[in-house]
Each structure stands twice: as C-alpha cells, then as structure tokens.
Ligand binder design. Structure first.
Ligand SMILES: C[C@@](CO)(OP(=O)(O)O)[C@H](O)COP(=O)(O)OP(=O)(O)OC[C@H]1O[C@@H](n2ccc(N)nc2=O)[C@H](O)[C@@H]1O
Ligand SMILES: Nc1ncnc2c1ncn2[C@@H]1O[C@H](COP(=O)(O)OP(=O)(O)O)[C@@H](O)[C@H]1O
Length: 270
C-alpha cells in the first residue's frame, strides 16, 4: 500500500498567547498543497517488527525517531500490527514550515488503518496524530481548515484557491520550529482570520500577517528578500509559511520569476 503525503501552507498565522505547558495558542488557516512525499508499507510475512528505509532528501538535524516510526509505535501500543517494511521517499523540504513530517505521520496512521482494517474513525485518528505533532491532525482530513488551540482544534472552511498561480520558494535555510516559537511575540489580530479569507485575495496583503515573520526575517534577511521579490514581480499575496523558511505567493498570471540557490515550485494550481 502506498500513499503520497502532501505539504501545507499557513494562510495567516497569529500567535495568540503563550501557554503554561510551553506551547502557544495560535490561529491559522491550513491549506493543502501538492508537494508530496511517497510512503509505502509492505507486510513482510513475519509476525511483528518493522524496518525503516528512507530515500530522497536527507533529513538533517533529525533527533530521535522519524515521525513515521513514531506513528507506527502509537498504533502498535494499541493494536497488533504485523511486521512491515516502511519506505519513505522524502521530497517535501523540511525545516520549511510546510509540515512535511507531520503529514508523513498522519498519512502513516491512515495507511495502517486502511491496510490492516483497524477501524479507527477520523476523530480517533486526529487524536492519535495530535500526540505526534501539533500540526499533524490537520493532515487526517487534509482539507482547508481554520486551526486554533495549539493547531489541533480544526474547523473546515470553504476556500478554493484553484485558478491562482502558486509559487513556493525554499531557500537553503532550515528554521527550527521550536526556536522560532521561542523568539515570537504573541499578538491579537485586528481582523479575525475567518473574516479575512472571505475578502478578495488582493486585500489579504493589508489584512493578514504571519507573526513569525519579524523575528525570522531579522535573523535571515534573505527570506524577507524573497517575499519582496515576489511582490515586486506582481504577486497578489505573499507570505512566509509557518515558522519558515519557505515563502509562497499567489499570482493572477503565470510568472517568469527566478531565484538562485533556492528550491522553487512554480506556476502550480492549488
Ligand atoms: C509553526 C507551525 C504552524 O503551522 O508549523 P511549522 O512551521 O512547524 O510547519 C506549527 O505550529 C508547528 O507544529 P508542529 O511542527 O507539529 O509542532 P510540534 O512538533 O508539535 O512542536 C515543536 C515545538 O514547537 C513549539 N510549539 C509548537 C506548536 C505550538 N502551537 N506551540 C509551540 O510552542 C514547541 O516548542 C514544540 O516543542
Ligand atoms: N518524516 C519526516 N519528515 C520530515 N522531518 C522529519 C520527519 N521525521 C522527523 N522529522 C524531524 O522533524 C523536523 C521538522 O520537519 P517538518 O515537519 O518537515 O518541517 P516543518 O516543521 O518546517 O514543517 C525535521 O527537521 C526533522 O528533524
């Protein structure tokens, strides 16, 4: 059984407050995008156990287990899972604010549920995903959603950005989510996000913000330059995604914009 975990972008990201457990309450809109990993599990016929194989991008700075293995362990603690080989082909840039690791974990939960007919409902899968990462529950339903709490309280929204030309740029910088949170200052938005996304995309520039941008741009001015370039080339809306380092933009028309030393995904439909 194979699946293709996709990335997400954050449309607006307000850090609302710091919590006593070290996490932050936020308000953001998750939107799925078609940059994908490939994840396959193959039952080996043995009784129990697993082997993990990873190709594609080499995940640097990985401490502890891959999130796919964590997902397997969450389920194995509750149900008997026959032995499997796990193959992960990594294409989604990491340390990019694209949620690739969280997506891999959520898709692994769904893959196990389907392959071994485990009978978990979507809310039950979301609850298990939340144990792995704050962003992970979103990828269970994988539809545009307003997220509150630590990112786990989800409300689906009707938002269709197909028809725009989408550009995603990942510079050769990885930002640690934990460090980004340590530097951010909580703030209350002037206009609630659910109101902003009902307005035309051309108005978003004035109404929507990502609270990580000031501190991340200060540390890495190159990321800020990418956003400025996107606007200078006619973007209707541009923003850093999540805690960075990737920056995305929505254009009305296809763009010829180029970036040196960056991974670029250009003129795609969302
Ligand atoms: C910032 C966001 C925005 O969508 O995405 P990314 O930029 O990572 O993609 C998310 O909140 C990232 O969620 P996720 O990457 O799942 O975070 P986790 O692994 O659960 O937590 C990593 C660390 O980030 C901090 N953290 C995370 C979520 C949150 N609401 N408050 C926090 O303070 C904590 O220090 C935690 O130890
Ligand atoms: N399957 C995975 N894919 C990506 N990163 C993983 C994975 N498993 C563990 N990680 C760890 O999670 C970190 C964050 O990865 P990711 O969620 O893709 O980025 P971001 O937090 O920027 O959205 C990586 O730097 C890596 O240490």
């Amino acid at each position: 059984m194979i699946c293709f975990p996709n990335a997400k972008i954050n449309l607006g990201l307000n850090i609302v407050s710091r919590r006593t457990d070290g996490y932050h309450n936020l308000e953001t809109l998750f939107y799925p995008v078609g940059v994908r990993d490939a994840l396959e599990i193959i039952p080996t016929g043995e009784d129990t156990g697993y082997r993990f194989f990873q190709r594609g991008l080499k995940i640097e700075g990985e401490t502890g287990e891959n999130l796919v293995v964590k997902a397997l362990k969450v389920i194995s603690a509750e149900k008997r899972i026959p032995a499997i080989d796990i193959h992960l082909l990594k294409r989604i840039p990491f340390g990019a604010g694209l949620g690739g690791g969280s997506s891999d974990a959520a898709f692994m939960l769904k893959l196990l549920n389907d392959t071994f007919s485990l009978g978990y409902t979507l809310p039950e899968l979301e609850e298990r995903a939340a144990r792995i990462g704050a962003d992970s529950p979103f990828f269970i339903r994988n539809r545009p959603a307003l997220a509150k709490g630590i990112g786990n309280l989800l409300e689906e929204v009707e938002l269709d950005l197909s028809g725009y030309f989408f550009v995603l740029v990942k510079p050769n910088i990885t930002v640690s989510t934990r460090e980004a949170y340590a530097l951010v200052s909580p703030s209350i938005p002037e206009v609630p996000l659910e109101e902003v996304v009902k307005r035309p995309v051309s108005e978003w520039k004035e109404l929507m913000k990502n609270d990580f941008e000031p501190s991340v741009f200060k540390k890495y001015p190159e990321i800020c330059k990418i956003k400025e370039e996107l606007y200078a080339n006619g973007a209707l809306y541009a923003s850093m995604s999540g805690s960075g380092s990737s920056v995305y933009a929505l254009f009305e028309k296809a763009t010829e914009i180029r970036f040196d030393n960056c991974w670029v995904w250009k003129n795609k439909e969302l």
